[in-house]
Design a protein around this ligand. Structure first.
Ligand code: PHE
Length: 382
């Protein structure tokens, strides 16, 4: 599925194109700056892609409403990778070879960013991931960037949270072996948690699409941990909370940014209440840029939940636009160099400076599920 927009259409029209997958006629033409986006608009991680896309598109529309860049409008060409392994490579190839995009925004999930990154690198097309946190993503090469922190830092935040806030001494770690994100976060977490003096009493695995976690949870319960770390994505995390509750497990469960979805509470209900996760942004942290973003998001996407994914998507597009402006050209090599030189860019999720590894060093927030909502607890600086 593909749709393209310069943000000149009404929300209703955009929604129609989104669902029918039609390309609006008259939007293309040679006089736009084409930017590619790949996202999981459908499939198991659909809420990631949809939220991220809403933020990204809103940024593009705002830039266009303010006159565009270098005298041209931006055109966002969005491809759905259906949350599937293999699809990310296919759609990113299309965006580069068929559509001739000058840069690519995406993905959320690290495994899919890792799949697309070598293609962008080979073609020398800059790619900016809004929210993939696995350190290896940007190691692919000098064209690959991200506007978020990496899992070494996220793991550090979570391990300290477990040790200090939850007073944990005996933990169980339950990892999705199909996800590079989950495996990386689990690895860094275990290192730091042990450094803090804690003991890992159970280490078990699941496969991303599993629905039944009872066998592993029974064994976790027998190990008697004082909390359970689940570095996975929201669907499995919610089901794990539900089944843990059914098995009489009462200790807190917590995760990383992968828990962030309205589906977490939809699927998890009561069972996710009182649990925690770390992420990139909370609308409750009201900087001026963030307040404006919250206001505009509510107008642009009425009824849609605003989350860190949308904020990171928005920031990824703004960082790219800022780089194009500074480069003064759409030449990919010059745009690449301008992205690399990003310094103290005031974004919704915080100040973004791209470091020598092409990552952003930024603070994390910890949220708690209270009354079906995500309540801001604290900010942790790098
Ligand atoms: N950081 C996750 C990954 O790398 C993706 C994610 C980002 C999920 C932000 C939720 C919120 O796979």
């Amino acid at each position: 599925m593909k749709f393209s927009t310069t943000g000149l259409f009404s929300a209703a029209l955009v929604a129609t194109f989104f669902f029918t997958g039609c390309k609006p006629s008259g939007s293309a033409g040679g006089d736009t700056i084409k930017i590619g986006e790949f996202a999981s608009l459908t499939g198991t991680e659909a809420t990631f892609g949809i939220s991220s896309h809403e933020g990204t598109l809103m940024a593009i529309e705002e830039i266009n409403a303010a006159g565009g860049l270098l005298g041209k409008k931006l055109e966002l060409l969005t491809e759905d990778d259906q949350s599937k392994a293999g699809e990310a490579a296919t759609v990113v190839n299309k965006l580069i070879s068929r559509d001739g995009v000058i840069a690519i925004l995406g993905e959320v999930a690290s495994s899919r960013s890792l799949e697309a990154a070598p293609i962008c690198q080979q073609n020398k097309i800059p790619m900016i991931s809004p929210s993939s946190t696995n350190p290896d993503v940007t190691k692919t090469g000098d064209c690959i960037f991200r506007v978020c922190f990496i899992d070494k830092f996220q793991a550090f935040v979570l391990a300290n949270f477990a040790t200090k806030t939850l007073q944990s001494k005996r933990i169980a770690v339950f990892t999705d072996v199909k996800s590079d994100y989950s495996k990386g976060l689990a690895k860094f977490f275990k290192e730091k948690y042990r450094d803090n003096g804690g003991e890992i009493v159970s280490e078990l695995d699941y496969n991303g699409n599993d629905k039944d976690f009872k066998a592993q949870l029974t064994s976790i319960k027998a190990a008697n941990p004082d909390c359970i770390f689940v570095p996975g994505y929201y669907t499995a995390a919610a089901l794990i909370c539900v089944q843990a509750k059914q098995l009489g497990i009462t200790v807190p469960l917590f995760g990383g940014d992968g828990w962030e979805s309205e589906k977490l509470t939809e699927i998890g209900g009561d069972a996710v209440e009182g649990n925690y996760f770390s992420t990139h942004y909370s609308p409750e942290v009201a900087t001026d840029v963030s307040k404006k973003f919250v206001e505009n998001f509510a107008k642009r996407w009425p009824g849609q939940k605003l989350d860190a994914l949308a904020a990171c998507g928005y920031d990824s597009a703004l960082v790219l636009a800022d780089a194009i402006k500074r480069a003064g050209t759409t030449d990919s090599a010059k745009v690449r160099a301008a992205i690399a030189a990003t310094k103290d860019f005031q974004a919704v999720t915080g100040k973004i400076s791209i470091n020598e590894n092409r990552d952003a060093s930024k603070s994390a927030v910890i949220l708690k599920v209270v009354g079906g909502k995500f309540k801001y607890l604290e900010t942790v600086e790098p």
